[in-house]
Design a protein around this ligand. Structure first.
Ligand SMILES: C[S@@+](CC[C@H](N)C(=O)[O-])C[C@H]1O[C@@H](n2cnc3c(N)ncnc32)[C@H](O)[C@@H]1O
Length: 247
């Protein structure tokens, strides 16, 4: 998988994607993540990527030319590839695990980071394929948002997390919030690890974890239970929980 992030601040992107699990995946060649400097595609000698808005008003707007030229150059480099072109914007579709899974199935994604007041509307209308928001708040630029999306997508690419972790049972992937985790010591300042986790009985541990996931989800995100795949046993357990809550 290849992700190219178009930005006026490539060093911000590089600082994060060079580290940790993303950095390791990159070095192993499992994923390619590249920050592309929009200023390299500006037409004037000051390498300008923004201009004042038509109609007046505060702030600056990101210009069409550098963005279109950058995307065209990147696509030409990949000879005819048709990437998803994702614009980071607070006005976009809300990013979630499902969208991360959808993007992780792509071979090639270009992410465009806005700055200032955002991008010229013609970029949105005639270039991008997806508009994505990471939440109902406004950031100063799209870089952090692009990193959130990149991180969530890349860790789903097979081989990135290695054998030690599987994203499949995690919060949201299974439709539920995940069960709680504990590590050594078994007794920390009198706070003990649930006995079942020390029992070595895998069937009991599995049952406990499933029940914990169901309990957490019911308490914190009952909306998820409407679409989560549930067995008959899960439903029985949830009904008992709801009953015991009432009494
Ligand atoms: C200050 S914001 C522009 C907000 C724009 N004037 C508006 O009201 O919709 C600058 C840039 O930050 C990014 N950004 C800000 N908040 C975001 C969010 N919640 N999700 C994704 N990107 C965001 C976008 O790339 C945006 O173009």
């Amino acid at each position: 998988m290849r992700i190219e992030i178009l930005t006026t601040l490539p060093q911000v992107i590089e600082a994060y994607v060079g580290e940790s699990i993303l950095g390791r995946a990159r070095r192993k060649g499992i994923v390619e993540v590249e920050a592309v400097n929009l200023r390299d595609f500006a037409e004037d000698r000051h390498r300008t990527t923004d201009d004042a808005p038509f109609g007046g008003g505060p702030g600056m707007v990101m210009k069409c030319e550098p963005v279109f030229k950058a995307v065209e150059a990147l696509k030409a480099r990949r000879m005819g590839a048709q990437p998803r072109i994702v614009l980071m914007t607070p006005q976009g579709r809300r990013f979630d695990q499902k969208m991360a899974e959808e993007l992780a199935a792509e071979n090639y994604v270009i992410i465009l980071c806005g700055r200032y007041e955002g991008v010229d509307e013609r970029i949105r209308q005639h270039l991008v394929t997806d508009e994505v928001s990471i939440g109902d708040y406004v950031l100063t630029g799209g870089e952090l948002a692009a990193l959130v999306v990149t991180d969530a997508v890349v860790r789903l690419v097979p081989g990135v997390l290695g054998d030690e972790t599987s994203p499949e049972f995690e919060t949201f992937s299974s439709g539920l919030l995940e069960y709680p985790h504990y590590t050594r010591p078994a007794d920390f300042r009198g706070h003990e690890v649930p006995e079942v986790l020390l029992s070595g009985n895998h069937a009991r541990i599995e049952k406990w974890r499933r029940e914990q996931a169901l309990t957490r989800t019911l308490e914190r995100r009952p909306d998820l239970l409407e679409t989560a795949p549930l067995s008959e046993e899960d439903r029985r357990f949830l009904n008992e929980l709801r009953e015991s809550d009432i009494h």
